[in-house]
Design a protein around this ligand. Structure first.
Ligand code: NAD
Length: 300
């Protein structure tokens, strides 16, 4: 194996420490305590795990955590009324509605009901537009975490060829916008892309956000390229015992690591950065809401 492992777990721990320091300073200097409200509709087990760990880490960095667990049959009007209340609450600086929502709720309507200044997920249509036009936006957490790791590894990304595999609103598209903002030459590949291996082979930076276990093999990777693996896929692991599973990325780790210059592992790569960036966005939202300078080293 030749690739340097980009340790997202350590990077995220450092980012959380930096956020905690800034939160302590906000309290000491301005008597302010950032607050994050997380709204969970229904009882999806994976969402419950995410919400629990978001709440725990929010408190660990010294912020207020407000959790709203709602019945899956909640009416859209009730959910919108809750969001309106959070928008108006001065103790709440960030609002996150855990996706996916049950089918009877219109996700776009709900997300666009969040005050864009409190939209710490960066999914509100206004933040999407601000990011796309290079203006100051709330940036979606997962791509923001990827960008931070890339900048940390490379310094400048200017002029590099970047291929993003996946075109979701949550990862692929904002990732491409961020890379373009850093002057990469960006290609977005997706399920209809022709000759995907050849497209990927041209990339100095590969960001895989597909949701297909180990679909990118090492022979698609240009020697020395940087591979950011966003995918989280659970696969059977009979070697660990009957019925056991393990997590793998969208890239085949061993073969990609043999060719790449650097690679994020799964788990321990992009995943931990997502929550750390959520906390950083909440801190940023609190600073902006109070007319204070943003913590420059935390924002992309
Ligand atoms: P999505 O299902 O919304 O989008 C997947 C994209 O992959 C689509 O744009 C589709 O066109 C593309 N695609 C599908 N099959 C393809 C193929 N054969 N070749 C090329 N492209 C193909 O998924 P998403 O929400 O963007 O998430 C992608 C992955 O990232 C998932 O595994 C998800 O669990 C993971 N994820 C991880 C984090 C994290 O914090 N690490 C956050 C969000 C998503």
């Amino acid at each position: 194996m030749s690739a340097e492992i980009i340790d997202g777990k350590a990077f995220a721990a450092k980012l959380r420490r930096d956020v905690a320091d800034q939160v302590a300073r906000l309290k000491a200097d301005h008597q302010l305590k950032p607050g994050l409200a997380v709204v969970l509709v229904g009882d999806d087990p994976a969402s419950q795990v995410y919400v629990r760990s978001k709440g725990k880490m929010t408190v660990e960095v010294g912020m207020n955590s407000f959790e709203h667990r709602l019945d899956p049959s909640i009416k859209e009007t009730e959910l919108l009324a809750l969001i309106e209340g959070l928008n108006a609450d001065p103790k709440v600086h960030g609002i996150l509605v855990q996706l996916p929502l049950p089918d009877h709720l219109d996700e776009d309507l709900v997300i666009n009901a969040i005050d864009p200044a409190k939209d710490v997920d960066g999914f509100h249509i206004l933040n999407v537009g601000l990011l796309g036009t290079g203006q100051k936006a709330m940036v979606p957490c997962t791509p923001l975490g990827c960008l931070m790791m890339l900048r940390n590894h490379h310094g400048s990304l200017s002029g590099m060829n970047a291929v993003v595999i996946g075109r979701s609103n949550i990862v692929g598209k904002p990732m491409a916008q961020l890379l373009l903002g850093d002057s990469c030459t960006v290609t977005i590949a997706h399920s209809r892309t022709r000759d995907l291996p050849d497209v990927v082979r041209r990339a100095d930076i590969v960001v895989a956000a597909v949701g297909r276990a180990e679909m990118v093999p090492g022979d698609w990777i240009k020697p020395g390229a940087t591979v950011i693996d966003v995918g989280i896929n659970r696969v059977d692991a009979p070697e660990k015992g009957e019925g056991k599973t393990r997590l793998v990325g969208d890239c085949h780790f061993e073969s990609c690591a043999a060719v790449a210059g650097a690679i994020t592992p799964v788990p321990g790569g992009v995943g931990p950065m997502t929550i750390a960036c959520l906390l950083a966005n909440t801190l940023t939202a609190c600073c902006r809401a109070n007319g204070l300078p943003e913590p420059a080293d935390l924002t992309a």
